[in-house]
Design a protein around this ligand. Structure first.
Ligand SMILES: NC(=O)c1ccc[n+]([C@@H]2O[C@H](COP(=O)([O-])OP(=O)(O)OC[C@H]3O[C@@H](n4cnc5c(N)ncnc54)[C@H](OP(=O)(O)O)[C@@H]3O)[C@@H](O)[C@H]2O)c1
Length: 356
């Protein structure tokens, strides 16, 4: 048997809970690996200066990166790839988990139990019959719908970012980012949506795979159970708790201000003008901080954390990564503005009003 065969067999022999635990800890380890170097480099110790400079070299992009350093860099306009990946991956997860939630974790309708739904769809031979205890409690079903809600918010975010990459930002032709920053961004948009739904992503994936197999086998007969029930898909979302709606309100607040600040940045150059000319931005949160779009991004992820109920450590780490990464870049951006413009408003903070 070849190596791939052995790997497949080993994988198949693991229980879904083992794989799930491994996935969760892998994600957590990666977020911690992203946060720790930034925290260490930010400690006020002269001994860490060279480490700080090294990390900054990886994190710099656009105006704060010297245009003479083109080695190991890619155009900053490659940010587009992040949002293409973000939209495709978030849509796949959202569709898969929404369908799974509808079929397997009905909210408030006690007549449809998890086991009944599964055996109805699969004739009782489904892999999920091995895990009958999953998603039977009201709390589990609620958590599945909460994952749908978080992915919906994420989808709204990445869709706007994709739109802005095409129609709002005018990346200058000389703006670059380090290849390390680029790979980190790719990782981020693969791992962030997944971190929002680790509770049921694997089960939903398994369920979808079985559905496809089932569809291939039974084809037309299955079409009758696929009649689209729009209200059935939406209603459970309207019945989520105050925490989810409070989180959504915080998310919307950050989302709106990021949209405004991006529009301001995009308007600083003529459409299609790719010359790297920089001016002092004015308006909205730019009057208070130098990088309000980064601040808004932190608020967006804080909103996601609140909407999650704050009980998932992986989502705390996701927010930690966003805060560490963007605070680091904001500090450098603030320094750059102060050096570049003598008349830069000295009452502006770097990123957090009245704090930093
Ligand atoms: N979730 C995360 O971890 C994460 C990480 C990174 C970024 N992001 C988000 O992605 C968004 C974009 O980030 P970014 O780092 O690319 O932003 P950025 O460096 O501020 O650049 C955004 C665009 O605005 C232009 N620009 C910036 N300052 C300007 C000025 N003073 N005058 C004229 N044009 C100016 C840039 O020009 P150039 O093309 O010349 O640079 C670029 O086209 C942000 O909202 C950020 O929150 C999120």
């Amino acid at each position: 048997m070849n190596l791939l065969g052995i790997l497949m067999e080993t994988f198949a022999s693991l229980s879904i809970n083992t794989i799930k635990t491994a996935l969760i800890w892998l994600l957590r380890a990666a977020w911690i690996a992203g946060i720790l170097p930034v925290l260490i480099a930010s400690l006020p110790s002269p001994r860490l200066n060279s480490f700080h400079t090294l990390l900054l070299g990886f994190a710099k992009r656009g105006k704060i990166m010297s245009s003479s350093t083109n080695r190991f860099t890619v155009p900053q306009s490659f940010f587009l790839h992040f949002y293409l990946l973000g939209v495709v991956w978030t849509t796949i997860l959202l569709m898969g988990i929404w369908y799974f939630a509808y079929e397997v974790a009905p909210l408030g309708s006690e007549s449809l139990s998890y086991v009944a739904a599964v055996s109805h769809l699969t004739g009782g031979s489904h892999v999920f019959s091995l895990h009958k205890s999953r998603f039977t409690s009201a709390e589990d079903r609620f958590n599945v719908w909460k994952s749908v809600f978080l992915l919906l918010l994420m989808e709204i975010h990445v869709l706007r970012r994709l739109y802005e990459s095409f129609h709002v930002f005018n990346y200058s032709s000389s703006a670059r980012m380090h290849i390390f920053g680029y790979l980190t961004g790719i990782y981020f948009y693969a791992a962030a949506p997944l971190s929002l739904c680790t509770f049921c992503a694997l089960e939903a994936f398994n369920f979808a795979a079985d559905q496809v197999a089932e569809f291939k086998a039974e084809g037309q007969e299955m079409l009758s159970i696929m009649d689209f029930d729009l209200w059935g898909y939406v209603k459970p979302i309207t019945r989520l708790g105050w925490c989810q709606w409070a989180g959504a309100a915080i998310f919307a607040w950050g989302w709106f201000h990021q949209f405004c600040c991006h529009a301001i940045l995009g308007s600083l150059r003529e459409r299609g003008d790719q010359t790297a000319v920089y001016v002092i931005p004015h308006g909205d949160w730019f009057e208070i901080v130098s990088s309000p779009h980064y601040l808004a991004e932190m608020i967006i992820y804080a909103g996601l954390l609140v909407a999650s109920g704050g009980t998932d450590f992986t989502i705390w780490l996701l927010l930690g990564f966003v805060v560490a990464n963007l605070s680091f870049a904001a500090a450098e951006t603030h320094r750059w503005y102060l050096q570049k413009f003598e008349d830069y408003p000295h009452n502006r903070w770097a990123i957090l009003p009245f704090v930093y």
